[in-house]
Design a protein around this ligand. Sequence first.
Ligand code: H2B
Length: 165
Amino acid sequence: MMATKNISRSAFFILTGKPSHEACIKSPFVNIPSQRSLFNPAMQPMIADGEDRDELTKVLPTLLECGWQLDENDSGVRKIYHLKTYTKVLDLHHSIGVGSKSKNHHPEMTTKSGSLAVHWTTHHPRGLSAKDIFMAKYCDEVARTIGTVDELDAQRCGPSSSQTK
Ligand SMILES: C[C@H](O)[C@H](O)[C@H]1CNC2=NC(N)=NC(=O)C2=N1
């Protein structure tokens, strides 16, 4: 594995192709690594029946600029947040959970010691919906309040990490 601990963020980006956590600060470099997070007119998101296709297609690029990616089926969006402590990971998980309960729209979330992966899609009717977009933006708001970090600065499993954080 590449030794990345003591290199600068820009070097990390160049070496790994992974953007900084400040993905919402629009940068021409942020979306280069993944074609799925780079909006292009050929992209065919699978919009759920009954949704306003024009409106959703219009707002999707903004989400992609904020680090969200179209999922492998083009029918949802996903993003990984990196956090400094496991407590912050749990806080973000809980806040998203509370928001999703009140909207009756539920994400798939994968919790790790220093990150939370969130996936939004709509099951019935199947595809991307306005609720997914709304909840993705809600996640970004909560994450901004809690405070995310670059992947390099996130809590990591290993001998030097504290279990009490
Ligand atoms: C009946 C209830 O409204 C539906 O089952 C809701 C619940 N939560 C949901 N969550 C998500 N992500 N997609 C849905 O289609 C969905 N449907």
